[in-house]
Design a protein around this ligand. Structure first.
Ligand SMILES: [Zn+2]
Length: 186
């Protein structure tokens, strides 16, 4: 398998035998699954992969031949990166590039560290707001922060989906993460 080179930055979407989206792996890993007959290629990406014996269209979506049981966590881990991704890397107050995490109701005033009380914010807004609430500042949140849910978040986390996965993930094909390197290969 030495000549397998990925031609896309997205990787490949892996579906369970039931067509439920499972995870994203490198195109090389997806090709190995297909060559080992552990997965069937559902849709092709751009270009071809060359193995010692055969040429394979770059996998874009593959489906496992056998069902695997995956225990899912009920809630999405509230990492800094996940919060930025949910808020599309922009400040909840001024829409500028976000650099910090702000507690809407400040922690010093009993605000909990939960999805519903954290937003991405730029350093300037965060500093100006300090220990006050948006209402006290005369600011409005663009959207009410909520915990992300659904197959797309479970599978993708902060990744930018390949637009060709959208029908499997039930998500908008538009990219949500301007900082990621989601350039498509020609
Ligand atoms: Zn701001």
């Amino acid at each position: 398998m030495t000549g397998l080179r990925p031609s896309t930055s997205y990787g490949a979407l892996v579906l369970n035998a039931t067509y439920e989206p499972l995870c994203v792996v490198s195109v090389r890993r997806a090709a190995v699954l297909v060559l080992a007959a552990k997965a069937i290629q559902v849709s092709d990406g751009d270009g071809f992969l060359h193995s010692a014996r055969r040429v394979l269209p770059t996998p874009c979506v593959v489906r496992l031949t056998r069902y695997v049981r995956i225990p899912y966590r009920a809630t999405i881990g509230m990492t800094r990166r996940a919060i930025f991704a949910r808020d599309r890397w922009s400040c909840a107050y001024c829409t500028g590039p976000a650099e910090t995490i702000d507690h809407v109701l400040p922690r010093s005033r009993g605000g909990p560290h939960v999805w519903e009380n954290v937003v991405a914010a730029c350093a300037r807004c965060n500093h100006r707001k300090g220990d006050r609430t948006p209402a006290e500042m005369g600011w409005r949140l663009r959207t009410s922060p909520v915990a992300p849910t659904g197959a797309a978040w479970r599978v993708l986390g902060h990744r930018t989906p390949d637009p060709r996965w959208s029908s499997w993930l039930g998500v908008d094909p538009e990219p949500t993460d301007p900082l990621s390197l989601g350039e498509a290969t020609a």
